[in-house]
Design a protein around this ligand. Structure first.
Ligand SMILES: NC(=O)c1ccc[n+]([C@@H]2O[C@H](COP(=O)([O-])OP(=O)(O)OC[C@H]3O[C@@H](n4cnc5c(N)ncnc54)[C@H](O)[C@@H]3O)[C@@H](O)[C@H]2O)c1
Length: 356
């Protein structure tokens, strides 16, 4: 299955197919120098498979985690390319989750003012979300994604088989972005989440393809996020606040003995889990009930204990003082959205509904 991201100057194809990693040589132009960037959480067999498809490959393995999306690693990639005589005709391939995709895309966009970039995303989140739209970045001085570029990949390959090694919690958290896109644009896809008995019951290839198509439609209309693309922030306004404030979390609807419960306490919530909770305060009651049921089924949290003041301050950026409204995505009916300006007081009330 192929989704074309139809952009005026730099459109590209996203090909979704089980086992496509093994055929990367047929799909991508790899008969040149290829920088393969991956991290130490991604099983090394994937990079080895890809390297076999390249004429001359240089595998760089970065430490897993958001902390790696930094300038040190950006410089490391520049260094590897420079020291190995890369020219403008060579290319870089990201083989990992969103961290690797954002970092490698940014490095490729800067080396010699831009070399070809291919993305092979290996988490659900990076497959359904960051594979589309060409946003690249590193984090800097504690601010996420603050330095980066819009740089479209030449092609994206999505191999759902690589998800076999991804842990279940990461799969659920990644699916939140697909639920979000269905809730705002695509009632039929949302119904598929409702019909499934559990995560295992979902047709993952179809879920990925539908989410990508939805995001591609949005990006085609608003490549540089000046308008429509903001709708992709459904759940993110309060979600970001919770993310900033949930270092010591307690979740309502996850079993005490869930295998990842201990991990969750230690590391706080994943981004997708925060967005999941954030969606629930930005919709009408009937919509909330429907989303909640889907989240439950996917083993995602629907309420959380967090430092309320810290979360509110992250949400409002202290706009309380100057009385500025924040534009939020709100869903009255599944498959549609509206933009609503909300003042700090309203955001505070809505945030309070998410606390245990
Ligand atoms: N560019 C965009 O449009 C965009 C959109 C959304 C998110 N993002 C960015 O994406 C990042 C989050 O991405 P993520 O959720 O993929 O996290 P991630 O890249 O940190 O990956 C999560 C974990 O999964 C492991 N992993 C990856 N693939 C695996 C596999 N197949 N098997 C086993 N383990 C595997 C990684 O080692 C890592 O520990 C954030 O930095 C966020 O800012 C970018």
């Amino acid at each position: 299955m192929t989704v074309n991201v139809n952009l005026p100057a730099n459109g590209y194809d996203i090909k979704i197919e089980r086992g496509i990693l093994k055929k990367a040589g047929e799909e991508l132009k790899l008969n040149r120098k290829v920088l393969i960037v991956t991290d130490d959480g991604v099983p090394s067999k994937y990079a080895e498979t890809l390297a076999k498809e390249c004429k001359e490959s240089f595998i760089t393995v970065i430490k897993q985690g958001e902390e790696s999306k930094n300038f040190d690693n950006f410089l490391l990639l520049q260094k590897v390319m420079l020291e190995n005589g890369f020219s403008r005709k060579d290319c870089a391939v990201a083989l990992g989750g969103g961290v690797i995709g954002d970092l490698t895309g940014f490095a490729a966009s800067c080396f010699m003012r831009g070399i070809d970039f291919y993305n092979i995303p290996t988490t659900v989140l990076s497959q359904v979300d960051s594979s589309v739209g060409g946003k690249t970045a590193v984090d800097f001085m504690g601010v996420k994604n603050i330095v980066g570029t819009f740089y479209q990949p030449k092609k994206v390959l999505i191999d759902p088989d690589v998800l076999e090694t991804l842990d279940k919690r990461q799969i659920s958290a990644g699916l939140v972005e697909a639920v979000k896109m269905a809730a705002t644009f695509d009632e039929a896809s949302f119904a598929k989440f409702e019909e499934a008995e559990s995560l295992e019951d979902l047709d993952i290839v179809e879920v990925i393809a539908k989410a990508i198509q939805t995001k591609a439609d949005v990006v085609e209309k608003d490549e540089k996020e000046v308008g429509l693309r903001k709708v992709l922030n459904f759940g993110h306004t309060l979600g970001h606040g919770i993310e900033a404030a949930c270092s010591d979390v307690r979740l309502s609807n996850i079993w005490e003995d869930a295998p990842y419960e201990k991990d969750m306490h230690k590391h706080g919530l994943l981004h997708g889990e925060c967005v999941a909770i954030g969606m629930l305060a930005m919709c009408d009651t009937e919509v909330k009930e429907r989303i909640e049921k889907v989240l439950d089924k996917l083993d995602l949290p629907t309420k959380v204990s967090f430092d309320f003041d810290k979360a509110l301050s992250a949400v409002t950026h202290d706009k309380k003082q100057n009385g500025k409204a924040i534009s939020c995505v709100y869903v009255k009916k599944i498959g549609s959205y509206e933009m609503k300006d909300m003042m700090a007081d309203e955001l505070s009330e809505r945030l309070a509904t998410l606390e245990i």
